[in-house]
Write a protein that binds this ligand. Structure first.
Ligand code: ADP
Ligand code: ADP
Length: 229
């Protein structure tokens, strides 16, 4: 459940030279794949394709053996949770920000999910917790706090597949380490696609794919890639 397969994927946003060429990987359900590489390499494009914002122009993407082109975008969105790099919060309460996208969730559901995700304590450290107004006219959250709200929002959906698109890249090292540790715990039992530009953030991925100019130039586990320099 949650197996993600890229088969020789090619993609271009327009008729010019393709952005991705021959991208091929296979993540077992519950496994973790990291994609690292310089800015502009095509990492986020991989996430967008998995989310089916666009269709591949060559090759195929499969989830549990099913070609994405035959799957409705709504069911793909239900199966995939994304934590982006910069979370934009709504000018509303923390509770609304966490429950956004889960219209049927009651405050109890949110509480339960937050507790299950063990982010409840964090939320309760803020004045008045869920009812705290954030955004322009409310409390200004730090980058790390915003990412925790984003993580809570995503985990509430309980998605079998989790995309972390530079989820901690903008944070200071200490906060990044803390949130990465939480994400490791929250990612257990889910298929995780981690996008990062530093090898140091993806230490325990089952496989790391190094992307340069749209091509996979190296792959392996952390220790092997470190040894390559
Ligand atoms: P990364 O995440 O590795 O920084 P991206 O996947 O965001 O890279 O982008 C890869 C390439 O695709 C870049 O050259 C970028 O300019 C280009 N690109 C990204 N989005 C679009 C778009 N919507 N239309 C055209 N080109 C795009
Ligand atoms: P939902 O209601 O399912 O949360 P939205 O309609 O609010 O979705 O927004 C579309 C989704 O796209 C959001 O979950 C957002 O986090 C996600 N997203 C943002 N950046 C990326 C990306 N690079 N790749 C894939 N999805 C992304």
């Amino acid at each position: 459940e949650g197996r993600v397969r890229f088969r020789d994927v090619e993609f271009g946003y327009g008729p010019e030279r393709p952005i991705l060429r021959g991208v091929d990987f296979d993540v077992a359900g519950g496994g973790t794949l990291a994609v690292v590489g310089p800015s502009g390499a095509g990492k986020s494009t991989i996430a967008r394709l998995l989310f089916r914002f666009y269709d591949v122009t060559g090759g195929a993407i499969e989830i549990d053996g099913q070609d994405l082109r035959g799957v409705q975008q709504t069911s793909i969105r239900a199966a995939i949770g994304v934590v982006p790099q910069d979370t934009v919060l709504f000018n509303d309460t923390i509770g609304y920000n966490i429950a956004y996208g889960a219209e049927k969730a009651s405050r109890d559901d949110v509480e339960r999910a937050a507790r299950a995700a063990r982010i409840h304590d964090f939320i309760m450290t803020l004045p008045e917790g869920y009812d705290t107004m954030v955004g322009e006219r409310g409390l200004k959250l730090s980058g790390g706090e915003k990412q925790r709200v984003a993580i809570a929002r995503t985990i509430l959906k309980d998605p079998p597949i989790l995309i972390l698109d530079e989820a901690t890249s903008a944070l200071d090292t200490g906060t990044e380490r803390e949130i990465q540790a939480e994400l490791r715990r929250l990612g257990q039992g889910r298929t995780v696609l981690m996008i990062a530009h530093r090898l140091s953030t993806v230490v325990d991925a089952d496989e790391i794919v190094v992307l340069e100019a749209g091509r996979v130039v190296e792959r392996g586990r952390h220790e092997r890639l470190l040894a390559l320099g």
